[in-house]
Every structure is written in structure tokens, then in C-alpha cells.
Design a protein. Structure first.
Length: 261
């Protein structure tokens, strides 16, 4: 009698292949060796947001693709941003100026911070912006964390005929697992390292995935490829999002497993 292979999400080994996030929303999605998960998501994720100073709206990467040319690092005190024209580094200083800004149709309260970043980003983007600090989770669309699998990325790469960088999907965790298994995690708890998350649902995608994750140049048609086989109404999902149920540290190479029951 032939034994059927056990899908990895049902018990075989899975592990964290990549951890990614950025302290400045919309900027380059950087790889991190580890992350501390709190109920609001990874510490240091989307701490700051660029705001269009003329209309009080959070900048959207899909409308400002050169944001991907900016690589930011934040240690909790010092913010460093590498831009094509050079780097800007310092300690963001609170100004007490709170702006009520539009974030994808809802209002977010953000405090403008003082420092060299507004001028540097304004020059880079060609539009007047200010840098503001947000409360944890304030400028996060959907769940606090997102997950994709290496298998799903490889399947998509096979469909388009060239490698697909995981950073295009800006997932918090890339999990080494078979293609499509993340769809079966919806409604379940997944343990990653010392933390645990509850998967809420599929992540709808936009044209950002068609942009090169370091240059912002539109060089792929991944959204169209996904739409050809994976459309739910008007949404084109890929990966899943989740809420943190057990805080803890997660490192690259840590075991990942679906919690039984």
C-alpha cells in the first residue's frame, strides 16, 4: 500500500526563510535576521509615515514608486535613510504637531517629527512631504503581520519564467512550505519561533508587486498573472495576514508549525 506524502503544514518541517519590514512606510522592504513580535506586529515596523503636506494624505508606494529607492534603518533612537542623493541620519524630534491624515479611506492621527528627512524626501520625490510618527499599527492595512510561502513564490516564478523576489510582496515572514499551503492556514494559529499568530484571511494585492523592489521601476506583470488564475471578485489575493496572539522573538531559520486543533 502506497503512503501519501504528508503536506508540510500538517506536520512536516517548515521554517522561517525570510523576515522583512521597513521603519518608514512604503520604503524598501529590508531583510532582518530576527524580529520581536508584539500584539501590534514587529517592533520597528512602519514606525514612520511620509505625508503629502498639501492634502494630508499618507503617501502610497503605488503612486510614488521611487519610495522603493529609499532604504531606512531604525534602532529605536536613530533613524538612517539611504537615498540615491545620499544618506540622512539623526534622532527624530517630536514637534507636538498632530495631523489627521487620510490613510486608505480612514483617518490616522500622526505626529510630525523634526529632522533632515522631510527635505531629503521632498527633493527625492519632487513633492512636498513631511515625516510623521505613528502609533503601532496605525498605518497598517489589514493584519499586523503577513505570510507567504516559498512554494507559492516558486510556482509564480515558474508561471512568469523568471525568479520572483519575495520583497515584492512585502511579507513579514516568508515560510518555507509547499505552494498554496498558506491558504489552508486561514482561521488557524501558526507558531513562528517563540511567537504565535492567528491567520485572518487572504491578502489582496495591488500593482506594487509589479515594481522592482529596489528601483521602483515597473518591470513585471505579476498582478495580471495572478488575476488569470486567482481572482475573488475584484480582489487578487496572494499570501495571508494574521494577528499576533502570543508575542515573542522570531529569527530566520526558526521552526514554523500550525498549532493543532
Amino acid at each position: 500500500m502506497r503512503t501519501q506524502p504528508v503536506p508540510r503544514w500538517q506536520g512536516a518541517d517548515m521554517y522561517v526563510a525570510r523576515i522583512g519590514f521597513t521603519p518608514v512606510k512604503g520604503g524598501r522592504h529590508r531583510t532582518h535576521g530576527s524580529a520581536m513580535l508584539t500584539p501590534a506586529g514587529p517592533v520597528g515596523d512602519r514606525v514612520f509615515c511620509l505625508v503629502d503636506a498639501t492634502v494630508d494624505r499618507c503617501l502610497r508606494t503605488v503612486e510614488n514608486p521611487t519610495l522603493l529607492q529609499a532604504s531606512a534603518a531604525w534602532d529605536g533612537t536613530v533613524l538612517s535613510v539611504e537615498l540615491p542623493a545620499g544618506s540622512v541620519t539623526g534622532e527624530p524630534r517630536p514637534t507636538g504637531e498632530v495631523r489627521e491624515v487620510d490613510y486608505w479611506g480612514r483617518t490616522a492621527a500622526l505626529e510630525v517629527v523634526a529632522g533632515p528627512w522631510a527635505a531629503a524626501y521632498t527633493e527625492h520625490l519632487g513633492r512636498e512631504v513631511v515625516l510623521a510618527r505613528s502609533d503601532p499599527g496605525e498605518v497598517v492595512y489589514g493584519g499586523a503581520v503577513t505570510l507567504v510561502t516559498t512554494g507559492s513564490l516558486r510556482r509564480l516564478a515558474d508561471e512568469v519564467g523568471e525568479p520572483v523576489d519575495a520583497a515584492r510582496f512585502r511579507a513579514t515572514f516568508e515560510i518555507d512550505a509547499d505552494a498554496g499551503t498558506e491558504d489552508g492556514w486561514v482561521g488557524r494559529r501558526v507558531r513562528v519561533g517563540a511567537a504565535e499568530v492567528r491567520v485572518r484571511g487572504l491578502v489582496p494585492r495591488c500593482a506594487v508587486i509589479d515594481l522592482d523592489p529596489t528601483t521602483g521601476v515597473r518591470d513585471r506583470s505579476l498582478l495580471g498573472t495572478l488575476a488569470g488564475r486567482r481572482r475573488f471578485g475584484v480582489e487578487i489575493p496572494f499570501g495571508v495576514d494574521a494577528e499576533v496572539t502570543v508575542p515573542g522573538r522570531v529569527a530566520t531559520g526558526d521552526r514554523a508549525e500550525v498549532v493543532p486543533g
